[in-house]
Design a protein around this ligand. Structure first.
Ligand code: SAM
Length: 178
């Protein structure tokens, strides 16, 4: 079992990236990450929005602003596993069975330009298809393969709002009203 899984987004730009990066953090939370780490510009408002999602829908996604390469270097030096999602990497379904699950795992995704050191520091450079697409899609597919069905089926602790999945309409249980 993975000790802890965090997602690190490199090179965040306040002007251009908030929407897609919020989506990235929401995917990280929904599929089972413990923390979402942001390198680049600081964005307290985005972190507040993410905490508000956890207050309503449960769980605890920790958020932190970090220095990208410094954090990655310390994580690896402390014995952690770092997996960089990149279109230049090894196919993810081939790589996943080789990745140790008894260590803390850091999944690194890039922004506009990824420094060369990231490829060297990460023990695994992993591709979700060798075509350029999106960090959100790459993270979702990787985490689905990493956790299997348990990822998207998880129940969150302390959820106030619990959605019952149905084919028609919306069924939402509000614990404050029950
Ligand atoms: N040209 C950029 C670069 O230097 O890699 C691509 C930026 S892409 C819009 C943003 C991020 O999405 C990448 O850094 C990578 O983490 C992720 N990504 C995009 N395509 C991917 C793929 N095929 N496999 C894995 N990750 C991918």
């Amino acid at each position: 079992m993975t000790e802890r899984l965090d997602v690190l987004r490199l090179g965040y730009r306040l002007g251009r990236d908030p929407r897609i990066t919020t989506h990235l953090a929401l995917v990280a939370r929904a599929l089972g990450a413990d923390g979402f780490l942001l390198a680049g510009d600081e964005d307290k408002k985005m972190f507040e929005n993410l905490h508000s999602v956890s207050e309503r829908f449960g769980g605890r996604l920790e958020t932190e602003h970090v220095s990208g390469l410094g954090h990655l270097r310390r994580h690896v030096e402390a014995g952690g596993v770092a997996v960089h999602l990149t279109m230049y990497g090894e196919p993810f379904r081939q790589a996943i069975p080789k990745i140790r699950r008894d260590k803390n795992v850091l999944i690194v995704v890039g922004g506009a330009k990824v420094p060369g050191d990231v490829y060297k520091l990460c023990q695994y450079n992993v591709a979700v298809g060798n075509q350029p697409h999106s960090e959100v899609a790459a993270l979702a597919l990787f985490m689905d393969a990493w956790f299997g069905e348990a990822g998207s089926q998880r129940q969150f602790e302390d959820a106030r709002l619990v959605i019952e999945g149905v084919n028609g309409g919306k069924v939402v249980h509000d614990k404050l009203e029950e």
